[in-house]
Design a protein around this ligand. Structure first.
Ligand code: HEC
Length: 236
């Protein structure tokens, strides 16, 4: 004998199976509401400069704040030819900018690669960024020099090692310039030759500069600088 309770269960199971057969578990009229969306399609070049301590993210910024209101991390692609799509759903009403940025674990923006100004139309947003170069001098200036070096290598009072790393001065001071302190007369930056450049060397092995970054922070900065030099050290 099938009890009443089991009978009901069987009946429900049969209903469910029938529903599956017709592919109609959800009513057709109610698509999931994602609110206003922003989708970015992008290819990344210079993958050697992919962050290791920080994260590469698509972020939304509100009216009057530099702290992301929304944040979605990119996953590192296997190669530079692959187009990646990432979407932010349910954009907040006060969203004014969508950015591709290097973001810290605590959601501080370390460097912004790309900014899109959001209008007030409420329309969904699709941004096609053809190819974005990760190994950019702009990022080195901001993430490395501005944040860690210009206290000693800049300003008017003191320029350590006679090397000025402030914006507008640093590129000309480094690229194709022989480093006075290099024992084997290397240039600070020898375009195309990271292993023959003194800049990464001094961050790896020098008393004044040894403990400036923690281990993954140091890997990230060195990979960024070396990838940029490998790609011929453009002023990008
Ligand atoms: C606490 C101060 C201080 C900070 C911060 C600092 N440096 Fe230095 N740096 C020095 C001093 C002092 C020298 C000169 C070393 C010497 O004379 O042996 C020097 C020398 C150098 C040199 C060699 C200069 C030459 O003449 O060959 C390079 C390259 C360099 N620093 C890069 C950097 C970079 C890049 C950063 C940031 C990541 C940085 N430094 C941060 C103090 C500092």
């Amino acid at each position: 004998m099938i009890s009443l309770k089991n009978g009901v269960l069987l009946f429900l199971a049969a209903l469910l199976l029938a529903a599956c057969d017709e592919g109609k578990i959800y009513p057709e009229e109610t698509p999931v509401d994602l609110g206003r969306t922003a989708t970015v399609n992008v290819r990344f070049k210079g993958l050697g400069a992919w962050p290791k301590k920080n994260y590469l993210s698509l972020v939304a910024l509100g009216d009057n704040s530099d702290t992301p209101t929304q944040n979605k991390r990119f996953s590192k692609p296997v190669n530079a030819d692959k187009t990646i799509s990432v979407t932010l759903n349910n954009l907040k009403d006060d969203t004014r900018k969508i950015c591709i940025a290097v973001v810290s674990n605590g959601l501080d923006i370390v460097y912004t690669y790309y900014t899109y100004e959001v209008d007030k139309s409420g329309d969904n947003i699709v941004i096609d960024v053809d190819a974005l170069e990760l190994a950019s001098y702009g990022r080195i200036q901001e993430q490395v020099f501005d944040a860690n070096c210009i206290a000693c290598h800049g300003g008017s009072t003191q320029v350590a090692g006679k090397l000025n790393l402030t914006r507008d001065k640093s590129y000309a001071a480094l690229v194709d310039v022989e480093a006075p302190l290099s024992p084997d007369k290397k240039k600070y930056v020898d375009p195309g030759n990271p292993n023959n450049s003194y800049l990464p060397e001094i961050l790896e092995d020098n008393d004044y500069h040894k403990d400036m970054f923690n281990s993954t922070g140091k890997q990230e900065v060195l990979a960024l600088i070396k990838t940029w030099i490998q790609e011929d050290a453009p002023d990008n």
